[in-house]
Design a protein around this ligand. Structure first.
Ligand code: GLA
Length: 748
């Protein structure tokens, strides 16, 4: 089986290939009970080899000395990996049937080694083998020192004389010990992604998972926060946060056990994915990434953000352009003239890129709605008689870049592609074929399909070198989980083969077109996962662009994903689905906390709205963008707890910060505590200035400067019902859907 792990993150570590050879001895005390310590700058995960077993003794803040774990007769929290075996009555992270039909797996320790694989990254591999069968498991850790992120994955090797059936094969396993456990998960659906919910775990099993195939993060995100002993708060308290880097079916299992320990593990979802690992084959599971924080959720998020920028996303430290996407402006109803006007108007307000969304292709089956044309990636000659290059030229003539939408993993039955290759779709020949959004899902496990999908992109980009950006969509989940390509006894592999096939295609695209910007989209935020990050620059956070809803969606998303990856667009008012009327400033102020874009028909904006948009885009590009896209996030006031919300970003050198505050639900007389800033240099002096105002030229600008210490301890007062908002230290949130953006700048 193909190595999943190697394809993805290792490509970013290759420059350090020389160091990979320099194997170092593990941090271990080779006495009776060797210790295996996996350390980052702030945290440590400590295992001890107890005879045949490897047990976890500690996960928490880094310490100076771990030898005590060798001598103390402390009870272990749990094993390195929970397998199905006699005396284990808990859910198993690894459950296989050996070639002779034996259902249990008893692993014994063989060896471990540790080595630096990149600057700041140490890999530790612990090798275990079944006591009887030639079935071995390498448990791999990568410790990302500066980001305080640890990744765990496994490599399963079958050297038995017959196939081994895999049922459950988690990537990572964490045994934890606290008095109470509070699980925060992120649930959603189309138009309402990443809603946060927290619950205290009771005895029993709690499973978060996806069985959707493609839109794998719409129902739940493969991410969790586990408050230890107390509910997770923003700035204090111990917690573990983690996620599975896999864009297919995944699962996260939490089981509070008899002895009050909690086992937590995650990886590919074994449900419906039982398959046989042939003799001589091995299988590598994707990364399970986690962090420990003794300072609440805020720190855990910043750890993940830094990791995503450094090791996850494509060019995660390069600023992203603003853009105008025509989807909500036109839907399918456009022609060349209309698009040209949108391009011109977009340039007029100062966006840097135009993206042509769905509806530009199909001739025999024109794509005039979502019922036809998917699969036929030829420009529609009626709508766009002069082709793509004509629009590229028009866009470039305005000094902008050009991007285009595709959905290459899908096909409408009404398409030339389906007429020609009905066997290319996922299907169970004896069952009815189900559709979502009138389309079928192509079987990405098939080599021919992979070549086709790669070809769609390759043709587009080679024939139209002016295309700088691709929005890659996937608007159907799996309905017919079966493949005509895989043999009968390997049907259980279909889910995995799909994601592997997808990654293979994306690898080819990234290798050939490293500079093309790519956005991952799956009916909005259906593929916002760490498995996608290595191929994309950003994701479409949600089809819901209503700024009020977005405050909540983006709040949830920000727990694991950095702003640079989070596409946030200003759309028309009233909102197309919510019907809510929102002021232009509020819409911009919300979208500015991510990668700002516009998603409307500019000709339908009023003159005032256009003027404001022009000013806001300029402000974003010049002042806000570098801080938001590359800075550290501090969530200050949660919209889940208050009728206002506030967050801020601080530049890496702490010389600039941008504060955002919103009044999302107005009740006259509501009183709010001061908004206290975070992340500033306490001894530095800062000036504050409200930006992106409705009254440009009359911004409040502090004549005096304030120390970071003062701004973090006293902060800004919130004036929401009455009071004087002229004071530079007052945030004026008079009335519903008001907002303020404040620049905080170090005095030289
Ligand atoms: C999905 C995407 C939208 C848009 C449409 C086009 O719903 O999330 O942004 O691209 O498809 O059909």
């Amino acid at each position: 089986m193909t190595s999943l792990f190697s394809i993805k993150y290792w490509k970013q570590l290759l420059p350090f290939g020389v160091m990979i050879c320099a194997t170092l001895p593990a941090f271990s005390m080779e006495k009776e009970n060797p210790l295996i310590v996996i350390e980052t700058k702030q945290t440590a995960l400590v295992y001890r080899v107890d005879g045949d077993e490897v047990n976890c003794y500690y996960f928490g803040e880094r310490m100076g000395d771990y030898q005590v774990f060798q001598s103390l007769a402390l009870p272990a929290k749990g094993p390195l990996l929970g397998t199905s075996r006699g005396q284990n009555f808990n859910e198993a992270a690894l459950r296989v049937t050996h070639h002779e039909g034996v259902l249990s797996t008893e692993l014994k320790y063989l060896k471990h080694e540790s080595m630096p694989v990149a600057e700041g990254v140490t890999q530790t591999i612990i090798t275990l083998k079944d006591k009887v069968y030639d079935f071995s498991v390498e448990v791999r850790f990568e410790a990302y020192s500066n980001e305080d992120i640890i990744s765990m994955s496994t490599k399963l090797k079958n050297q038995e004389p017959g196939p081994v059936l895999l049922y459950d094969y988690a990537s990572g396993y964490l045994p934890l010990k606290a008095g109470k456990y509070f699980l925060t998960s992120f649930h959603g659906e189309w138009y309402s992604e990443m809603n946060m919910q927290e619950e205290e775990l009771t005895r029993g099993i709690k499973i978060l998972d996806s069985k959707h195939g493609t839109r794998s993060t719409h129902k739940l995100s493969p991410a969790f926060i586990l408050g230890l002993d107390q509910p997770a708060t923003e700035n204090s308290g111990r917690l573990v946060a983690g996620t599975v880097a896999w864009s297919g079916n995944w699962s996260l299992v939490f089981e509070k056990q008899v002895n009050e320990t909690l086992q937590c593990f995650g990886g590919i979802n074994g449900y419906g994915s039982e398959w046989a690992l042939s003799p001589g084959d091995s299988f590598e599971t994707p990364q399970f990434l986690f962090t420990y924080s003794a300072q609440g959720k805020g720190l855990a998020s910043r750890n993940f953000h830094r990791w995503a920028r450094q090791y996850g996303l494509v060019n995660g430290e390069t600023l992203r352009p603003t853009l105008l996407n025509n989807w909500e402006g036109t839907y399918f109803d456009f022609d060349e003239k209309k698009i040209e006007e949108i391009i011109k108007d977009g340039a007029g307000i100062g966006v840097e890129m135009f993206v042509l969304d769905d509806g530009w292709f199909g001739n025999k089956y024109p794509r005039n709605d979502d019922g036809a044309g998917l699969g036929d990636w030829e420009v529609n000659r009626e709508k766009l008689p002069n082709g793509i290059d004509h629009l590229v030229k028009k866009t470039q003539a305005h000094g902008m870049k050009f991007g285009i939408w595709i959905e290459p993993e899908m096909v409408n039955p009404a398409s030339e592609l389906y007429e020609k290759y009905p066997g290319w779709i996922l299907q169970e020949p004896t069952r009815d074929k189900y559709r979502q959004r009138n389309q079928y899902v192509l079987d990405m496990g098939q080599a021919e399909v992979q070549d086709f999908v790669f070809g769609v992109v390759d043709r587009l980009l080679s024939q139209h070198p002016g295309i700088s950006y691709i929005k890659w969509d996937a608007n159907s989940h799996f309905s017919n989980v079966g493949s005509t390509y895989l043999p009968q006894d390997k049907q259980g592999f279909v889910n995995i083969a799909y994601t592997q096939g997808l990654y293979r295609v994306l690898d080819r695209i990234r290798a050939k077109y490293p500079d093309v910007l790519m956005q991952v989209c799956a009916s909005g935020g259906g593929r916002v996962d760490y498995g996608s990050l290595p191929y994309f620059h950003e994701f479409w956070t949600s089809d819901d662009t209503d700024a009020l809803q977005r405050i909540f969606i983006q709040w949830g998303t920000s727990h694991f994903f950095p702003a640079i990856a989070m596409a946030a667009h200003v759309s028309a008012t009233p909102g197309h689905l919510t019907k809510r009327v929102l002021p232009i400033k509020f819409r911009f102020d919300v979208a500015m906390t991510g990668r700002l874009g516009i998603e409307l028909q500019p000709s339908q904006m009023s003159g005032e709205e256009k003027e404001f948009s022009k000013m806001a885009l300029k402000t974003y590009k010049e002042i806000v963008r570098p801080v938001v896209q590359l800075g550290d996030l501090y969530r200050l006031v949660s919209p889940y707890e208050h009728n206002i919300a506030s967050l801020m970003y601080v530049s890496p050198g702490r010389d600039r910060a941008i504060l955002f505050a919103y009044h999302h639900h107005f009740r006259f007389g509501d009183m709010f505590d001061n908004i206290r800033l975070q992340g500033l240099d306490p001894s530095a002096q800062y000036r504050v200035r409200d930006i992106n105002t409705l009254d440009p030229g009359k911004e409040k600008w502090s004549e005096t400067s304030y120390s970071g210490e003062f701004l973090m301890n006293h902060g800004f007062s919130v004036i929401s019902s009455w009071g004087n908002t002229d004071d530079p230290l007052a945030i004026g949130l008079f009335g519903e859907y008001t907002s303020e953006v404040v620049e905080i700048k170090r005095v030289e």
